[in-house]
Design a protein around this ligand. Structure first.
Ligand code: AKG
Ligand code: FE2
Length: 268
C-alpha cells in the first residue's frame, strides 16, 4: 500500500481499505474532517480556556500539569492543555461526532473515547521562538506511559485533529510506519525516549492541513521535529484524544501527577 494515501472519514464507517492501511502502517490520515467554521469555533474555544487558565494561574487539571510559555509577541500562552473538553461545551460537543465512534473499529471490541481518562483532550501549541516552552517533541510511543501508571501496556490509539496547517517546515509529526507491530523490546528500546529527536531514514512526514484528522497506534514510534520556520509562521496547534480499552481509570482533581510528566518539563 502507498503510505502517502489520504482518506475521508465518512458517516458510514471505516472501509476495509482504511482498516488494512491502518493495520499495515499503524497510522492513517483523513482529510478535511472539520469545516473551516468548526476550526474557527475550536480556536475560539481554545482561546477562552487559555484566558481563564492564565487569569486563574491554573497549574494542573486532574493531576496533569499545564504547560505555559510565550508566543511570538511575548504574550503568555498555554502550550499544552489537558482535559480541554471537560472545560468547554463546544469541544465536548465536538467529541460526540458520530464519525469519531467509527475510529474505535481500529482498536476492536470494547474500545472507548477517553475524555476523562489519561490526559483527556490535549491541545499542543508549538511555536518556534526564544520564549516558547514547546518547540518539538522527541521520539516516543504514547502507549509506554501505561507501563508507569498501570504497570501494563494497554491497546490505545491517539487521534489528532489539526487546527493549523502543518507542512514540514513547521516540524510536523514524523512517524516510523509499521513500528506498531514490532513487539515489546522494539517499543522499549528502538530510540532513547524523548531525548532523541534526530531524523530517521525510515521516517514518514505527516503533512496535514487545518481540519485534517490523523490516527496513530499507541505503539507507533513518532516525534515532532523542530520547525525550520520561526515565530508566527511556525505556529502549530493540534488537539489529541485517546481511544482506549481495558479497565476504566477516570481522573479527578484528586488524581496524582504521573511520573512521566515530571520529565516533561525538560522538553522544550
Ligand atoms: O503534536 C503532535 O502532532 C504529536 C504530539 C505527541 O506525539 C504527543 O503529545 O504525544
Ligand atoms: Fe505522542
Amino acid at each position: 500500500m502507498d503510505i502517502t494515501k489520504e482518506f475521508v472519514l465518512g458517516k458510514e464507517g471505516i472501509t476495509p481499505e482504511q482498516k488494512a492501511f491502518f493495520d499495515e502502517f499503524g497510522f492513517i490520515h483523513f482529510k478535511n474532517y472539520l469545516t473551516p467554521e468548526q476550526i474557527q469555533d475550536a480556536l475560539h474555544a481554545v482561546a477562552d480556556i487559555e484566558k481563564e487558565w492564565i487569569n486563574a494561574s491554573v497549574e494542573k487539571i486532574n493531576g496533569i500539569p499545564i504547560k505555559y510559555g510565550k508566543d511570538e509577541n511575548g504574550q503568555p500562552i498555554v502550550q499544552r492543555f489537558a482535559f480541554s473538553s471537560l472545560q468547554n461545551e463546544f469541544l465536548h460537543h465536538l467529541l460526540q461526532d458520530e464519525r469519531l465512534q467509527h475510529l474505535k473499529h481500529f482498536l476492536g471490541k470494547g474500545a472507548r473515547i477517553a475524555e476523562t481518562e489519561k490526559d483527556g483532550l490535549v491541545i499542543n501549541h508549538y511555536v518556534n521562538t526564544g520564549e516558547s516552552n514547546f518547540t518539538k517533541l522527541g521520539w516516543h510511543t504514547d502507549g509506554l506511559r501505561d507501563l508507569f501508571t498501570q504497570f501494563k501496556l494497554n491497546p490505545m490509539l491517539n487521534v489528532g485533529i489539526y487546527l493549523d496547517d502543518s507542512p514540514k517546515e513547521k516540524g510536523s509529526l514524523r512517524i516510523i510506519p509499521g513500528t506498531h507491530n514490532k513487539g515489546l523490546s522494539d517499543m522499549l528500546f528502538r530510540k532513547k525516549y524523548f531525548v532523541d529527536n534526530t531524523e530517521d531514514p525510515d521516517e514518514f512526514i505527516v503533512e496535514a492541513s487545518a481540519g485534517d484528522l490523523t490516527v496513530h497506534s499507541g505503539r507507533l514510534w513518532h516525534r515532532v521535529a523542530l520547525a525550520t520556520l520561526q515565530g508566527a509562521a511556525s505556529k502549530r496547534r493540534v488537539m489529541y484524544f485517546p481511544i482506549i480499552k481495558g479497565k476504566y481509570h477516570p481522573k479527578t482533581h484528586r488524581s496524582p501527577t504521573p511520573i512521566y510528566h515530571k520529565f516533561n518539563k525538560f522538553i522544550k
